[in-house]
Design a protein around this ligand. Structure first.
Ligand code: HEC
Ligand SMILES: [Cu+2]
Length: 326
């Protein structure tokens, strides 16, 4: 039974990377290509060495006496046990550093910058706005295709790690430090990422998406982000009133309104994102209502407090308001 289970898990692990948008083996960027190449070289090398070890083991048990005595001689142990691993690992290290040289030190200025701050358990995002003022976003990063983007990585609390496998390697967000990483998406698409350093209860649900879009579309999107979102319609207005009178303002910001809280994600364009709560729930009005009532039921450990006080109708109005912010 355990054997069967391990087999199923192993096969699953082999198949998974192939069918997900979050795979280091499905590169869509230059850095990710280097990581994938290095991975395949490691897999192939490990397979060859494993085969040699198995053959040597078999010869040491069942081979002719002459070979067996050669295998257990001190010279063989010195070579295969010390010299061979040292050489192989040193070569690999050198090759790895050479392959990653662009990533480790790049003196060229990047074409664009995005600031990402890890928070328990979501991502705070800031773009350089055209008017010189930063544009706040959360949990969904948009970038233009074919443009090298510098990610400025910080944390507001504990150590997090920023990792979008199809675009590049991972880099930690460390308290008191600013780390920088460059990524370039070669194809338009949606690339999923995940916090890669355990940061507390909802760590597993601290995901994100990078949406790579053609430059003109991106420009239009960013320009729209600088305008305050305009609510319209009666249910939506009721939701807006509830939002501003129920304390949401204390933690959330909506551009162009009195809501200017900074503890939680900026909600100015929440209606236009694909997911809620750091890529945990698909973004529908229903799911917004569900999340507001009891965040921890959806995402255990979430630091957003529950709002069970609202009636179903009030929750729907709030959700309609938030869904209208695009
Ligand atoms: C004490 C601070 C606080 C208050 C008050 C608060 N929130 Fe939140 N909210 C948070 C935090 C923190 C998160 C991030 C949760 C996570 O992803 O783990 C969040 C996340 C959210 C999200 C998901 C955002 C996203 O980017 O996906 C929505 C929607 C939301 N809150 C709506 C509301 C509404 C509506 C109210 C008022 C009824 C409210 N919040 C009140 C702290 C707060
Ligand atoms: Cu984490």
């Amino acid at each position: 039974m355990t054997l069967l289970r391990s087999l199923v898990i192993c096969v699953g692990l082999l198949i998974l990377p192939a069918c997900q948008r979050q795979s280091a083996l499905a590169p869509a960027g230059e850095e990710a290509e280097r990581v994938a190449l290095l991975s395949w070289i490691l897999f192939a090398g490990a397979a060859v060495i494993f085969a040699i070890v198995l053959a040597a083991l078999w010869l040491a048990i069942a081979g002719p006496e002459q070979l067996r005595s050669r295998l257990r001689a001190e010279g063989a142990i010195r070579f295969w046990g010390i010299a061979f691993p040292t050489l192989t690992l040193a070569t690999l290290l050198g090759y790895g550093l050479w392959l990653m040289r662009e990533t480790i030190a790049s003196p060229r200025p990047a074409e664009m910058r995005v600031e990402v701050t890890g928070e328990q358990f979501w991502w705070r995002i800031a773009y350089d706005g055209r008017a010189g003022k930063p544009v706040a976003e959360a949990n969904e990063i948009r970038i233009p295709v074919g443009v090298e983007v510098e990610f400025v990585l910080r944390t507001a609390d504990v150590i997090h790690s920023f990792w979008v496998p199809s675009l590049g390697g991972k880099l930690d967000m460390i308290p008191g430090r600013t780390n920088r990483m460059r990524l370039k998406a070669q194809r338009a698409g949606i690339y999923r990422g995940q916090c890669a350093e355990y940061c507390g209860t909802a760590h597993a649900q601290m995901s994100l998406e990078i949406v790579a879009m053609p430059q003109p579309e991106f420009d239009a999107w960013l320009a729209a982000a600088e305008r305050p979102p305009g609510p319209d319609g009666t249910v939506v207005e009721r939701g807006a009133a509830l939002f501003h009178s129920s304390g949401c303002d204390a933690c959330h910001a909506v551009r162009g309104t009195q809501a200017a809280g900074t503890i939680g994600p900026d909600l100015s364009r929440i209606g236009g994102r694909r997911f809620l709560a750091a890529a945990t729930l698909p973004n529908t009005a229903e799911n917004i209502a569900r999340f507001i009532a009891e965040p921890a039921a959806v995402k255990p450990g979430s630091l957003m407090p529950p709002f069970a006080i609202f009636s179903g109708e009030e929750r729907q109005a709030l959700a309609a308001y938030l869904a209208s912010l695009k």
